[in-house]
Design a protein around this ligand. Structure first.
Ligand code: OVM
Length: 405
C-alpha cells in the first residue's frame, strides 16, 4: 500500500530524477546535494515516491518538529509500521516521545561528561600505542589500520563487551546502516549473513555478558529501579553497538583524509594540539558521516511553501545542510578554526546524536595524539569509497606518516 500520489500541481517544479541511493550519488554526493538544494526547498523523488530536504533551514525545521515528522515508522526507506523490519526496532532511534524521551534520558545519564572524563586516560594510552606502532610502519591503510582499529580498541571495552570477535561489529554496522536504504544491491550485499551476526550481537547485549561498570551494565541498572524491562535494556545496549562503531570509524577516516589534503590545517593543529576537538567537529560538519535519515509525516504538512501529504517518507539530508552555502561561508573547505555551531553532522533536535560526546572524545584523543607525534601525513594512493546507503566513508586510504623529529 502506498501513499496516494500527490496531485501534479504539488510536484511540479520540485521533482528530481537524481537517485539518492545510486552508486554515483553515494560515491560523491556533493554535486547532487547542491543540485537538490537549488531545485526547491523540498524535492520529490518520483522513482521512490519520497520527498527530501537538503538545505540547512528546512533540515533543522523538520528535525525540530518531531510530532509532524515521526521516527516511529523507522528512519529508513521502509515504513516499519507497514512492512516487517529485519530486526526488532530500536527503542531510541526508531521511536517518538514518550518512549523515546524515557530511553534517551536513561542513555544520556550513562554518557555524562564525568563518565567520559574517566575514560580519557585509557583512550589516550591506546591512541599512543597505536600511533607509535603505525609510525614504525610508516606506510599503512588509514581505514583498516587506524580508523577501524582505534574505535574497536576503545569503544567495545567502554560498553563492557566480552573480548574477541569485534570484526562482527563492523559487519553488524553495515547491516544497520545499509538496512535504512531501499533494497538495492548494497542492501542485499550487506544482508547476506544476517542471522549469524544478529544472533552474535543480541547475545553480547544480555546482562551476564557485560563487564561491571561499562555503559552496558549501567543501562541494566535501570532494570533494577523498574524504569526498563530486561528486554528494553538489551535493546539499548544494542543501540550502543549499532550506532557507536561505524559512525566514528568513518569520521576518523575522513579526519585523516582531510588533513592529508590540507597540510596547512595540519600545521595549525600541530602548533596547538588543543584544537583537536574543534578539528574533529569540523570533520563531522564537512563530511557528515551519517549522510541522511528519513522521517515519516503524521499529517499533511507544508515546508517553505511546499505541500507534503500525510504518511509520506521524507529524506532529511544532514550532509546537504552541512554544506549549505546559505548557512556556511566556503562550505566545502576544511577550516579547523570554524567552530561550526549548529551543524547537522550529529543531527539536530530531540534525536540528535546521544553518543556525540563519546565520538568527540575519540576524535579529540586520536587527533591530539597524532598531532603530538606526526609531522606530516601524505596520501600514498587513491582513497577508495565504501558505498553505503546511509553512511559516507572510505574502504581504503593508503597513507604515509612521518615522525616528529
Ligand atoms: C539504534 C541506532 C542504530 C543506528 C544508528 C543510530 C545514529 C541508532 O539502533 O538505536 O543512530
Amino acid at each position: 500500500m502506498r501513499t496516494p500520489l500527490p496531485p501534479d500541481g504539488l510536484i511540479e517544479g520540485i521533482s528530481s530524477d537524481i537517485d539518492p541511493f545510486g552508486d554515483e550519488f553515494l560515491r560523491n554526493p556533493w554535486p547532487y546535494l547542491e543540485e537538490l538544494r537549488e531545485i526547491a526547498p523540498v524535492v520529490y523523488f518520483p522513482m521512490y515516491h519520497i520527498w527530501g530536504v537538503a538545505r540547512h533551514e528546512e533540515v533543522t525545521e523538520v528535525l525540530r518538529d518531531f510530532t509532524t515528522y515521526s521516527s516511529a515508522a523507522g528512519v529508513g526507506y521502509t515504513n516499519m509500521l507497514r512492512d516487517k523490519p529485519w530486526r526488532v526496532p530500536s527503542i531510541i532511534l526508531e521511536a517518538d516521545p514518550p518512549l523515546h524521551s524515557k530511553t534517551r534520558r536513561i542513555v544520556s545519564k550513562v554518557l555524562t561528561s564525568s563518565a567520559l572524563a574517566k575514560l580519557k586516560t585509557t583512550f589516550e594510552e591506546r591512541a599512543f600505542e597505536l600511533v607509535d606502532q603505525l609510525l614504525e610502519r610508516g606506510c599503512f591503510d588509514a581505514i583498516s589500520d587506524l580508523a577501524e582499529e582505534f574505535p574497536l580498541a576503545v569503544f567495545p571495552d567502554s560498553v563492557g563487551l566480552q573480548p574477541g570477535s569485534r570484526q562482527n561489529l563492523l559487519r553488524y554496522g553495515a547491516m544497520v546502516f545499509n538496512g535504512h536504504g531501499p533494497r538495492n544491491h548494497i542492501f542485499e550485499e550487506a544482508m547476506k549473513d544476517t542471522d549469524e551476526v544478529r544472533d552474535w550481537v543480541n547475545a553480547q547485549c544480555s546482562r551476564e555478558m557485560l563487564a561491571p561498570d561499562g555503559f552496558g551494565e549501567q543501562i541494566y541498572r535501570s532494570v533494577d529501579t523498574g524504569e526498563l524491562t530486561e528486554e528494553e535494556a538489551g535493546l539499548l545496549v544494542r543501540s550502543f553497538l549499532s550506532a557507536g562503531v561505524d559512525t566514528t570509524v568513518n569520521a576518523l577516516g575522513f579526519a585523516v583524509l582531510d588533513f592529508a589534503r590540507n597540510p596547512e590545517q595540519w600545521a595549525e593543529l600541530r602548533a596547538d594540539p588543543s584544537l583537536a576537538r574543534d578539528a574533529f567537529e569540523e570533520v563531522v560538519r564537512l563530511e557528515a558521516p551519517v549522510a541522511a535519515f528519513f522521517r515519516t509525516t503524521t499529517r499533511p504538512t507544508e515546508i517553505s511553501g511546499v505541500s507534503i501529504p500525510a504518511d509520506a517518507k521524507l529524506l532529511v539530508f544532514f550532509a546537504g545542510a552541512c554544506r549549505d552555502p546559505r548557512r556556511w561561508d566556503n562550505p566545502d573547505s576544511f577550516e579547523i578554526h570554524r567552530h561550526p555551531v549548529g551543524h547537522t553532522g550529529f543531527g539536530s533536535g530531540i534525536h540528535s546524536c546521544v553518543g556525540a560526546m563519546v565520538a568527540r572524545l575519540e576524535g579529540e584523543v586520536l587527533l591530539g595524539v597524532l598531532a603530538k607525534r606526526v609531522k606530516r601525513i601524505e596520501l600514498a594512493g587513491e582513497p577508495k569509497v565504501r558505498l553505503n546507503n546511509t553512511l559516507r566513508g572510505l574502504k581504503s586510504l593508503p597513507v604515509r606518516i612521518y615522525a616528529d623529529d
